[in-house]
Design a protein around this ligand. Structure first.
Ligand SMILES: NC(=O)c1ccc[n+]([C@@H]2O[C@H](COP(=O)([O-])OP(=O)(O)OC[C@H]3O[C@@H](n4cnc5c(N)ncnc54)[C@H](O)[C@@H]3O)[C@@H](O)[C@H]2O)c1
Length: 339
């Protein structure tokens, strides 16, 4: 049995703790939050000890694996600490704010022979899996162009009630690094090639309460000629499903988050709708989906089988590089909030 600890008992904690609880090869043995009331409440819920300093939980005497569910700027710091202690790391997205911090931890994990994974649970949606399978087996042919759209709602209280969201130093950005990172990762994973040109523009159009972008659009060109256009914003009235469309050599794909339709040029149709997994995630949000458990299961199996997890730190560097390039391209002309 793997001994698992979780650092960060905020919103996303439930997806990690519930998944760990339901997986047979792991036991939650401790939780940590520097806000004592949160650590105590989560510890009481799972009947495990509470820690208020991550260094007390993350030691090889106590845990084999640590899940990191804290604000973005702390991801590389706590990842590094855990790897130095000899503990395997499964970190929430993004792996870091700066590319270099993520890359350094990937190298450290590889040097130490430790598993390092980064959460991108949307890859495990049935819709994403169907599309990826039909790209990998060649049926769809090469992607010619792709586009992805995210129109979500983040009210002012989403930022005002948080001590890190909506800041450049602690969150690292806004809609791109926090929300659209999932749809960009999916599109980038589908295209599976090297970006050679990144254009972007960013603005804060509707959230004078905070400093980072709530709107971004751009264009990415890949070495193999494929292009990806994106638009993301947090000023819509609800969280519509993220949408990805692909124009491929042999057909077209429309993905509505958990629903995919593939229409091949010969008229053949393939589609899939996500089935619930029957597990209740207390406080879970629809737009997170419920596929954390599949990625966490793969990570625990990777630790046991001494192999790389499907979404390793090295794999996550691909979207990290792209996100950093989008900020580099978009920050220069950034339109700040109209206060
Ligand atoms: N995969 C997804 O779909 C998804 C969805 C939501 C959030 N997330 C990610 O999960 C992470 C956490 O987001 P959240 O919404 O749960 O944030 P949150 O603010 O609700 O929770 C973060 C928790 O970390 C704690 N914390 C801060 N500093 C700490 C420290 N030094 N030691 C221990 N605990 C500390 C805070 O007190 C807080 O309870 C972020 O990386 C976010 O992007 C991912």
């Amino acid at each position: 049995m793997l001994r698992v600890g979780i650092v960060g008992c905020g919103n996303i904690f439930t997806m990690h703790a519930t998944s760990c609880y339901h997986l047979e090869n792991a036991n939650l043995v401790g939780v940590c939050d520097n806000k004592k009331d949160r650590a105590d409440a989560s510890a009481a819920q799972y009947g495990v000890p509470a820690y208020y300093d991550y260094r007390e939980l993350i030691t090889p005497e106590k845990v084999d694996v640590v899940h990191i569910c804290v604000p973005h700027y702390l991801h590389p710091v706590i990842t590094r600490y855990a790897l130095e202690q000899g503990v395997h790391v499964l970190c929430e997205k993004p792996m870091s704010i700066d590319y270099a911090d993520g890359e350094a931890n990937v190298k450290l994990a590889e040097e130490k022979g430790l598993r390092y994974g980064v959460i991108f649970q949307c890859r495990y949606n049935d819709a994403s899996q169907l599309i990826k399978k039909n790209l990998d087996n060649g049926r769809l042919g090469r992607i010619i162009s792709a586009r992805c759209t995210l129109t979500w709602s983040r009210p002012d209280t989403y930022y005002s009630l948080s001590d890190w969201k909506g800041t450049w130093d602690k969150e690292g950005g806004g809609v791109i690094i926090d929300q659209a990172i999932h749809s960009l990762d999916l599109a980038n994973w589908f295209i599976n090639d090297t970006p050679i040109e990144v254009q972007a523009s960013m603005a804060n159009r509707g959230h004078a309460i905070m400093e980072v972008e709530d709107t971004a659009e751009g264009f990415i060109r890949y070495q193999n000629g494929a292009t990806l256009s994106f638009w993301a914003m947090n000023n819509y009235g609800c969280d519509d499903p993220i949408e990805i469309r692909l124009l491929c050599e042999n057909g077209k794909v429309i993905m509505d988050y958990d629903h995919a339709v593939i229409t091949f040029n010969d008229g053949t149709l393939l589609q899939v709708e996500q089935e619930p997994d029957g597990i209740h995630y207390e406080g879970g949000k629809d737009y997170w989906g419920f596929r954390h458990i599949r990625q966490i299961a793969d990570f625990y199996n990777a630790v046991e089988q001494r192999r790389e997890p499907e979404i390793s730190g090295r794999e996550a560097l691909k979207i990290q590089k792209l996100v950093c390039a989008i900020y580099q391209a978009g920050k220069d002309g950034f339109t700040p909030p109209n206060r």
